[in-house]
Design a protein around this ligand. Structure first.
Ligand code: ZN
Ligand code: ZN
Length: 314
């Protein structure tokens, strides 16, 4: 099972109930964090995500509301003695942002933290899960992310392993048990590469900040879950266009056109307080919409079924 935990559903200004953008995806002992808005470290604690988990962080773009929480999270991990290495992926400016944070605010880490400048394409894979980035339409360079969960029958196919040059022996055993491996020439091989193909992959899309655009629609095609920003209602459609954001109606229409199964609306402006106007505008356009709230969880099972777990009303 994959679990999405919404750590922040807020707009550019956090409110009493809603934090800056951040979502965590839990999968097989991993925590994959998408964006790290301010105070994400406290949300991490509230959601009990752990501090020494296998982890990677993916940043959509280097706007303050998406990265202010990153130094705090790294500090927290260090003060609590994290030792596992941590990879951080995002646009090139992220390298300088983390470097300056480390050199000016005494942000030494007890673990290896490496920032990777990335562009569109596949950037991470672990067992049958992979993460790819695609460019979206915001102010400046910004990325959305596709999280793909390959489904195979699990049946190991020696002929495929041989074809890919995997030597017979312990590496075959590892692949057959669901572990990814690296060949001597650096090639990564995942279990999905050497097992009998199953039904189509499951797909979660995270829009980051974006206008509705072809790249987002293409990535969202037949997605099981689209987590999409919906900063405004149509009343502020000019503002949405000027600031590179989407309205709730635009997000809902994109979900409908792309054949998405579940739309989750997030990153909505504090002017909507608890988001009633946002979900109210989305539902007539796309009935299978839900509004993100902080600490809401969504569970996706391998058969494609989805369970939404709402946090207790505060
Ligand atoms: Zn932005
Ligand atoms: Zn934003």
């Amino acid at each position: 099972m994959i679990e999405i935990v919404f750590l922040g559903s807020g707009g550019s200004i956090p409110t009493e109930k809603r934090n800056h953008p951040a979502i965590a995806i839990r999968y097989e002992g991993w925590v994959l964090l998408f964006d790290a808005g301010e105070d994400v470290q406290r949300q991490f604690e509230k959601a009990q995500l752990g501090l020494n988990k296998k982890m990677a962080i993916f940043v959509s773009h280097v706007h303050a509301d998406h990265v202010l929480g990153l130094p705090g999270l790294l500090l927290r991990f260090s003060l609590l003695g994290r030792i596992k290495p941590l990879s951080i992926y995002g646009p090139e400016e992220l390298i300088e942002y983390v470097r300056v944070s480390q050199s000016t605010i005494n942000l030494g880490t007890t673990f290896e933290a490496v920032v990777h400048a990335i562009g569109p394409g596949e950037i991470f894979s672990q067992q049958d899960l992979s993460v790819s980035a695609f460019e979206v339409d915001h102010r400046g360079f910004a990325l959305g992310y596709e999280i793909k969960w390959a489904r195979s029958t699990g049946k190991f196919l020696p002929s495929k392993a041989e074809k890919l040059g995997v030597p017979k022996g312990p590496l075959w055993k590892l692949l057959a048990s669901g572990e990814s491996i690296k060949l001597e020439d650096g090639t990564d091989i995942s279990p999905a590469d050497v097992t009998e193909p199953g039904p189509e992959s499951l797909k979660i899309i995270y829009s980051g900040d974006s206008r509705p655009c072809d790249e987002l629609k293409k990535a969202a095609r037949d997605a099981n879950i689209l987590v999409c920003e919906a900063m405004y209602t149509s009343e502020h459609s000019i503002l949405a266009e000027e600031r590179g954001h989407s309205t709730a109606a635009e997000a809902a229409n994109l979900a409908k056109e792309a054949g998405v199964k579940l739309l989750v609306l997030t990153h909505y402006s504090p002017r909507y307080y608890d988001g009633e106007e946002i979900i109210g505008e989305a539902l007539p356009n796309f009935a299978n919409s839900v509004l993100a709230r902080d600490l809401m969880r969504i569970q996706l099972s391998k058969d494609g079924s989805v369970v939404v777990i709402h946090p207790p009303v505060q």
